[in-house]
Design a binder for this molecule. Sequence first.
Ligand code: PAF
Length: 283
Amino acid sequence: MKIIRSIASMQNRVKEMRKKAKRIGFVPTMGYLHPGHMSLAHQSVKECDITVMSIYVNPLQFGSGEDYEKYPRDLKKDITLSKKAGVDYLFVPSDYVMYPEGFSSKVSVTNVTQTLCGASRPGHFEGVATVVLKLFNIIMPDAAYFGQKDAQQAIIIKKMVKDLNMPIEIKALPIVREESGLAMSSRNAYLSEPQKLQALSLYQALSKARQLIRQGECSKVKIISAMKRLILREKSVKIDYIAIVDAEKLSIKKIIKGKVLIALAVFIGKVRLIDNIKLKVKK
Ligand code: PAF
């Protein structure tokens, strides 16, 4: 595995691979790799000739007061894990490389950014879309792999690629969970053992919603109240949002029918975690 830090050098490698008609798979990450990231890398290795992974904690997607400075980082461990997963190139740019002095462009995807995390983290998805577009332009992948845990992110990237006619297949792979049900996330590293137990309520609440819907419950108020009751059993927990939306447009669902995404963001102490499930509801 080659570690690449400059854009010119990454672009030269890409040129060589394109000349040889290699299919390039790309896994963008912010590092502190966990089995969720590994599943993306494995899929890319399986489907593509060459896999490029990026590790870059993108300052543009963090709001003021968020966890940019203390976001967990462990490049040494990430190098070992990505090598083991079969990654061919690890692209690790610095802030200066990504955003040199005078950088002044931003990518804004509208509509699908209004709800869920877009509503509670203003500017977040502009930061995501900007860095992902830059990475796509540098790596020119045939396919890019994202986790379904960030369901809204995957939809926004799909929309951006479609709107801007980029020939890239965007794949959103299933959430990888710990045995307890907790969705894998680099931010789980912030949690103490008691907080890890409190965090189980996210998936328990989503499972409760699924169970109620399968039993025929169609009142959104009742479903969300049941989820809230479950989560708020713990005192140091605060709900950012719970939403039931159309799984593709992300618009708020008035009636629970068709492809539905149930998504939530919850603060366990100061740690903000997200999770979701997708359901097909026939009625
Ligand atoms: O999902 C992430 O880790 C980040 O949002 C991404 C896609 C790597 C962009 O910084």
